[in-house]
Design a protein around this ligand. Structure first.
Ligand SMILES: *[C@@H]1O[C@H](CO)[C@@H](O)[C@H](O)[C@H]1NC(C)=O
Ligand SMILES: *[C@@H]1O[C@H](CO)[C@@H](O)[C@H](O)[C@H]1NC(C)=O
Ligand SMILES: *[C@@H]1O[C@H](CO)[C@@H](O)[C@H](O)[C@H]1NC(C)=O
Ligand SMILES: *[C@@H]1O[C@H](CO)[C@@H](O)[C@H](O)[C@H]1NC(C)=O
Ligand SMILES: *[C@@H]1O[C@H](CO)[C@@H](O)[C@H](O)[C@H]1NC(C)=O
Ligand SMILES: *[C@@H]1O[C@H](CO)[C@@H](O)[C@H](O)[C@H]1NC(C)=O
Ligand SMILES: *[C@@H]1O[C@H](CO)[C@@H](O)[C@H](O)[C@H]1NC(C)=O
Ligand SMILES: *[C@@H]1O[C@H](CO)[C@@H](O)[C@H](O)[C@H]1NC(C)=O
Length: 270
C-alpha cells in the first residue's frame, strides 16, 4: 500500500492521540549512543526514550547529560531535557538532541541523570511534618569511541538488535494514586500539573529494563535529524549547512507534527 507522505504524517499525528493508554510500568532508557565505536560526525545524536510515557505525567521529569573525551578532558556543554511541561499522551516518547561535540577520535564517556518528583505522602498527611515533595535523582554513565575507520552513526542499525544489556535504562514504579499538592509546597511543576503529584508504588521494580524493545526506523531517524536541524537552523547564527531560504521556514512549521510522528509511528516495539 502506498500513501503520499503527507497522509502518513497526518495519520501519525492522529494515531498519536488515539493510541494513548495507561498500562505498564514507566521505563527511561538511553537509546543512543551505546557502548560501540562510531565515525566522527558533526551531527552526533543523543536519544532517550520514555516507555509507557503516560506514567511520567505527574513526575516533572528531566534529563541532564554531559559528554567528555577521556583522553583530552574536552567536555560538551551540559544538555538537558526539561519535560515537566509535557502532556504525556504518547505511549513512547523520544527526547533527542544532536550535538557537534565528539568530532575528534578518542574514548568518550556520557554521564546522564534522570530526576523526578513524587508526593511525599506521609508528609502531606502527618500534621507534625512540613509537607514536601520527594525529589529523586539517578545517574548513569555509558562509554563509546569515535574512530575514523568506524561505521557512520546510524540510528537504525544501532537500534536493530533485539537484546542489549540493561545498563542503558531504569524502571520507575509509579502507582495509580495521585494527590493534590498542598498549597504551602513550592514545586516548579505545579502550573503544568494542576497541583497534582503521583505517589510511588511501594515495591520497587524487580523487572529488567528493555531499551532494545525500541527500534528506530529510517523515517524516524530522518525526522529526528530534520526536527533538530530545523530547530538549529531557525536559531540565531545558524551553521553553514542550513539553507537560508523559505524551505527552512517550512521545515520549522512541520516540526511539531514531525515530533508527534516520532511519538507514534517513528519507531516500533518488538
Ligand atoms: C563495552 O564494549 C567493549 C568492547 O566491545 C566490551 O569489552 C565491554 O565489556 C563493554 N562494556 C559494557 C559495560 O558492556
Ligand atoms: C496539554 O493539554 C491541555 C489541555 O488538553 C492543552 O490546553 C495544552 O495546550 C496541552 N499542552 C501541550 C504542551 O501540548
Ligand atoms: C529513588 O527511586 C528509586 C527507584 O524507584 C528508589 O529505589 C530510591 O529509594 C528513590 N530514592 C529516593 C531518595 O526517594
Ligand atoms: C548486535 O548483536 C550482535 C550479537 O550480539 C553483535 O555482534 C552486533 O555488534 C550488535 N550490533 C549492534 C549495532 O550493536
Ligand atoms: C484539576 O484538579 C481539580 C481537583 O484537584 C479537578 O477538579 C479539576 O478537574 C482538574 N482540572 C484539570 C484540567 O484536570
Ligand atoms: C504504601 O504503604 C503505605 C504504608 O503502608 C500506605 O500508606 C500507602 O498508601 C501505600 N502506597 C501505595 C501507593 O499503595
Ligand atoms: C509495582 O508496584 C506494584 C505495587 O506495589 C507491584 O504490584 C508491581 O509488581 C510493581 N511492578 C513492577 C514492574 O515491579
Ligand atoms: C542530518 O542532517 C544534516 C543536515 O541536513 C546532514 O548533514 C546529516 O548528514 C544528517 N545526518 C544523518 C545521520 O542523517
Amino acid at each position: 500500500m502506498h500513501f503520499p507522505r503527507a497522509s502518513w504524517l497526518l495519520a501519525a499525528c492522529i494515531g498519536n492521540i488515539i493510541s494513548a493508554t495507561d498500562t505498564g510500568v514507566l521505563e527511561v532508557d538511553l537509546i543512543f549512543p551505546r557502548n560501540s565505536t562510531y565515525a566522527p560526525t558533526n551531527n552526533f545524536p543523543v536519544v532517550f526514550a520514555f516507555q509507557n510515557a503516560q506514567r511520567a505525567r505527574y513526575l516533572n521529569p528531566s534529563i541532564q547529560y554531559l559528554m567528555w573525551n577521556l583522553q583530552t578532558d574536552h567536555t560538551s556543554f551540559t544538555l538537558s531535557h526539561d519535560l515537566g511541561w509535557k502532556n504525556w499522551t504518547e505511549d513512547t516518547y523520544l527526547a533527542h538532541e544532536v550535538m557537534s561535540f565528539p568530532s575528534e577520535e578518542g574514548r568518550y564517556k556520557v554521564s546522564w541523570s534522570l530526576t523526578w518528583d513524587s508526593c511525599d505522602e506521609e508528609s502531606f498527611e502527618n500534621p507534625d511534618r512540613i509537607p514536601r515533595m520527594d525529589h529523586n535523582k539517578t545517574t548513569w554513565a555509558t562509554y563509546f569511541s569515535i574512530d575514523n575507520s568506524a561505521p557512520q552513526v546510524d540510528l537504525v542499525a544501532a537500534t536493530a538488535n533485539e537484546t542489549c544489556t540493561n545498563e542503558y535504562g531504569m524502571i520507575i514504579n509509579v502507582s495509580d494514586k495521585t494527590l493534590k499538592v498542598p498549597s504551602s509546597v513550592e514545586w516548579s511543576a505545579k502550573a503544568w500539573n494542576n497541583d497534582t503529584c503521583a505517589v510511588m508504588a511501594n515495591s520497587t521494580s524487580t523487572s529488567t529494563p528493555e531499551p532494545c524493545r525500541i527500534h528506530i526506523d529510517k523515517a524516524a531517524a530522518e525526522s529526528i535529524n530534520a526536527s533538530v536541524t530545523a530547530r538549529v537552523c531557525s536559531g540565531i547564527d545558524p551553521p553553514d549547512y542550513c539553507e537560508k531560504n523559505a524551505a527552512t521556514q517550512l521545515a520549522v512549521a512541520g516540526v511539531s507534527c514531525l515530533l508527534a510522528a516520532v511519538g507514534a509511528l517513528g519507531f516500533f516495539l518488538a
